[in-house]
Design a binder for this molecule. Structure first.
Ligand code: UD1
Length: 377
């Protein structure tokens, strides 16, 4: 069969990469699709971008827009401006975006203004906190997209409440968990645990993993110092590995905040090393969205250092607890986990490693329907 459906797939920042990997793999497997990968260049460092492509076997992007860092307006505007001529040149049948970063909303807006339909993978998640840049990106992208692929029931409810038509919404599971399940056996071969002294011939020590990069947690020195004070108290009891995001590193360098020697600050890790650590940790402390989901899939206790989550199933079904940013509460919750009282959780429905297959199947039906309509004319 000739190729029916040309899809431009957009990635920009690190968390987009484990989401796009299974989708590209699945599209490549189907002769009906012509997937084109466009990297906006929002993230450009080796360890925030290139290492993910290599380790996950994501093909080289056909186009890199090279937008780089900037204010929200600058970054969004640069993607809008630079993606339009790519859409004109390739004339795709669909633009597929994932997640909630600035590249997601910018590429969606450029596409719909040209009459190109948009598919949003990870649609409908809502923190109901409009001070988060990602929440604005999510609401706007979902209002533009014609095909909305949701990871959990609450996301479907949010979309319906916002008036999106029922037949645009598809509950398909979680492509991030497709990647996790696919790569977990490879991740277990990583030597990162030995290198950090957390693993030896006898097995794994008890340890925690920390990530922090939300502007609300790291852009204020006082806030970051307060959070790290709580982490220091937990590091008294067990080593905590802290791969530091560049945004957070900049604040730490400027402020010179000191930390406990058992809090191990390291540069951002590649996907396999990070997954290896996360899957063998006793506890994760994080403000990331993706890590709340990954710990739920791995049955690792997760303390989320935020007051809200756009991924409520990780709390109702999974291992996630929202502890906010109060140091006393964070330390008490970590102690509970160390005493074996962390949440065990269960895996949400459809987080089974087959979400990308379901998405591509829906898109295939769209393509076939379109071809049939063309033939009838
Ligand atoms: C972005 C996303 C966020 C996602 C996060 C994952 C938005 C609004 N935010 O936030 O949702 O959770 O990515 O990392 O899109 N920098 C580098 N190297 C890079 C990229 C950035 O050093 O390759 C530094 C720059 O100093 C930059 C800062 O990190 O100013 C922040 O990068 P940016 O892309 O603006 O936002 P993130 O905080 O990474």
């Amino acid at each position: 069969m000739s190729r029916l459906y040309k899809i431009i797939n957009i990635v920009g920042a690190r968390p987009n990469l484990p989401k796009i990997a299974p989708l590209i793999r699945e599209m490549q497997r189907r002769p009906e699709f012509e997937p084109i990968l466009v990297h906006t260049g929002q993230h450009y460092d080796e360890n925030l971008s290139k290492v993910f492509f290599r380790q996950m076997g994501i093909p080289e992007p056909q186009v890199n827009l090279g937008v780089g860092s900037g204010t929200h307006a600058e970054q969004t505007a640069e993607v809008l401006k630079r993606v339009e001529p790519i859409l004109v040149r390739h004339r795709p049948d669909l633009v597929l975006v994932v997640g909630d970063v600035n590249s997601t909303i910018a590429a969606s807006l450029a596409a719909v203004k040209m009459g190109i339909p948009v598919a949003h993978v990870e649609a409908g998640l809502r923190s109901f906190d409009r001070s988060m840049p990602e929440e604005i990106n999510r609401v706007l992208t979902d209002s533009l997209a014609e095909y909305l692929f949701a990871t959990e029931d609450a996301a479907v409810d949010n979309l319906l409440r916002e008036g999106r038509p029922r037949d645009c919404i598809h509950l398909v599971g979680n492509v991030m968990i497709d990647s996790l399940l696919h790569f977990l056996p490879f991740a277990q071969q990583s030597s990162v645990g030995d290198e950090l002294g957390l693993h030896n011939g006898k097995g794994w020590r008890t340890f925690g993993v920390l990530t922090l990069h939300r502007p609300s947690n790291v852009d204020s020195m006082e806030k970051l110092a307060e959070l790290l004070g709580a982490i220091d108290a937990i590091a008294e009891k067990m080593p905590i590995v802290f791969p530091v995001h560049p945004r957070t590193q900049r604040q730490l360098t400027q402020s010179g905040i000191k930390h406990h020697p058992q809090l191990l600050l390291i540069p951002p890790l590649g996907y396999l090393d990070f997954l290896c650590l996360l899957s063998n940790a006793t506890l994760a402390l994080t403000d990331s969205g993706g890590i709340q989901e990954e710990t739920t899939a791995l049955s690792v206790a997760c303390l989320t250092l935020r007051d809200n989550t756009e991924r409520p199933v990780t709390v109702t079904h999974g291992t996630n607890t929202l502890v906010g940013t109060n140091p006393t509460r964070i330390v008490a919750a970590a102690e509970q986990v160390l005493q074996g009282e962390g949440k065990k959780g269960r895996t949400p429905a459809l987080w089974d490693g087959h979400a990308a297959e379901r998405i591509v199947e829906v898109l295939l039906q769209v393509a076939l329907g379109r071809r049939n309509r063309t033939h009838v004319k």
